[in-house]
Design a protein. Structure first.
Length: 188
């Protein structure tokens, strides 16, 4: 039996909330993963604009849910032991905030703690085109160990639906955390 993993999931206001939903659904099905969720105000707005899911449904997929401004939350401290954090989707504002160590909300603070404790940080940036500023901020995070996994579709698996494309991204995120999965077809 595997040890219980604790994963922090941050959801920001970038378009692509469905990536977070699919990841949360897959993690929720795993009995050896504890999910700690924090969503920005704009992430909640995008949930409403982009999907038919309610905030209550999304919160039910997590073991612990935090308010974006709760700087006293357990995930804001390095003493909270966990296996890392994923920010999906990650807005360029959030990327910049993390790259420059501005912990002005719980997502940014939890990411800052993840970096200082040298834990796994996965960033799923959702912006196009990327400016030089965006690229420099992502490069800065990659240089300090963050893994950048943009939602770039693969076509070797012959996707037929948007769900197929989203699930491939989820597979990549789960792989980054060494969580065994067969969410999508792999290259043979």
């Amino acid at each position: 039996m595997r040890k219980m993993k604790k994963i922090i999931v941050g959801v920001t206001g970038a378009s692509g909330t469905i990536y977070a939903i699919d990841l949360l659904e897959k993690l929720h099905k795993l009995h050896d993963v504890e999910v700690h969720l924090v969503m920005s105000q704009w992430a909640k707005k995008n949930l409403e604009l982009e999907t038919d899911y309610s905030l209550k449904q999304i919160n039910a997929l997590a073991d612990v849910v935090y308010h974006i401004n709760d700087q006293g939350a357990s995930i804001a401290s390095g003493s909270f032991l966990n296996d890392g954090m994923v920010i999906v989707p990650a807005s360029m504002k959030t990327v910049a905030t993390i790259a420059y160590g501005i912990g002005d909300n719980l997502i940014a603070r939890a990411a800052d703690v993840t970096i200082k404790e040298q834990r796994k940080l996965v960033i799923v940036p959702r912006e196009t085109p990327l400016s030089v500023i965006h690229l420099e901020n992502l490069t800065k995070l990659a240089k300090i160990g963050a893994q950048i996994i943009p939602p770039v579709p693969a076509f070797y698996n012959h996707p037929k639906t948007i769900e197929d494309l989203v699930q491939h991204q989820t597979m990549k995120i789960l792989d980054a955390f060494h969580i065994p999965n067969e969410v999508d077809e792999r290259w043979q």
